[in-house]
Design a protein around this ligand. Structure first.
Ligand SMILES: [Zn+2]
Length: 314
């Protein structure tokens, strides 16, 4: 049994209880009513873990924890564990230059989303059209484009990741199958279905200053009006929040390209992230710009500088 008393510091006790290794009863003081509500909401959806979970229950009781208050409870709890096999979808275009066979260039987006949410106006399906069917569309379009060109010196890897929204498990697994030193660059594409803060024909690159990936891309766009900008929302920590993070932490110039105005995007993670809300012209412009801006890296003429690896544990 664990007691979470009325003091704010008591909340720290909750972390380990969310991945229980034994059956636990948690008495939550009535002063922590808000925390209790948040936990109830969170646990209602179940816990997702890449490792097999033990079949243990954490039972939360909102009650007085004052000494002397000694109510009696009868508790019935059940836990069910459901293994889920999830799959990334990947394709390779082998490179034409055998000397560059270990210089992979990755184009990626995630194909999962949130599933079913609380209904809003009778709609409970979180479509994820922008997040991230738009990026997955880009990956498929780029694969078709480079296959047709059939002149890539470096090998190209096109990947649609699973399980981004529940913790980036798809990209974490995928990234561990690669040797980071054999990955020249990663173009991760996340939410390009609406116009960026900088206006039409722009997109931003997360972690812009961490390598020269951005300027290299821009150098291939001299005859266009398209502009790649640095991430305007550094406080959102997007560089470490998306599917590029695992490889970036290992030193790969792995960046996310996006146009989402995330601080004001009312459709973000809502049931209204629908295909009808997408600006297809914006998507087409961004995908074309990625195709053209990637030509130097794809052809082996450009090689972005490495990202400084993050200390472990971040
Ligand atoms: Zn996303």
């Amino acid at each position: 049994m664990v007691v979470i008393g009325p003091e704010p510091a008591e909340r720290q006790k909750i972390g380990p209880l969310l991945n229980p290794t034994e059956n636990t009863i948690v008495l939550v003081d009535t002063a922590q009513r808000k925390l209790f509500g948040q936990l109830a909401d969170y646990l209602h959806h179940g816990i997702t873990s890449p490792e097999p979970l033990g079949a243990y229950a954490t039972v939360l009781l909102l009650t007085s924890t004052r000494s002397g208050a000694a109510p009696t409870y009868r508790i019935n709890a059940t836990t069910s564990v459901q293994p889920l096999a999830l799959r990334n979808v990947a394709g390779v275009l082998p490179g034409h230059d055998p000397k560059r066979a270990k210089e992979y260039v990755v184009f990626s987006g995630h194909y999962d989303h949130l599933g079913i949410l609380k209904p809003v106006a009778g709609d409970s399906i979180a479509n994820g059209a922008d997040d991230d069917a738009s990026g997955t569309t880009a990956v498929v379009a780029l694969a078709e484009y480079f296959k047709k060109r059939n002149d890539n010196a470096r090998p190209l890897l096109f990947v649609a990741f699973a399980a981004e929204e529940v913790g980036g498990y798809g990209s974490k697994y995928f990234s561990k199958q690669l040797k980071p030193e054999e990955v020249t660059a990663m173009f991760n594409i996340e939410m390009i279905g609406k116009e960026a803060k900088f206006g039409p024909k722009t997109a931003f690159i997360t972690g812009y200053d961490k390598s020269d990936f951005g300027p290299l891309l821009q150098a291939n766009l001299k005859d266009t009006a398209f502009k790649f900008e640095p991430d305007p929302y550094p406080e959102q920590n997007l560089f470490y929040r998306s599917d590029n993070a695992t490889l970036a932490k290992l030193g790969v110039p792995a960046h996310t390209i996006s146009t989402d105005q995330i601080p004001t995007d009312k459709l973000y993670h809502s049931v209204d992230d629908e295909a009808s809300s997408l600006n297809v012209k914006n998507m087409t412009d961004v995908i074309s710009a990625i195709a053209q801006s990637a030509t130097g890296i794809v052809a082996g003429r450009q090689t972005p500088t490495r990202v400084a690896p993050e200390p472990a544990g971040r």
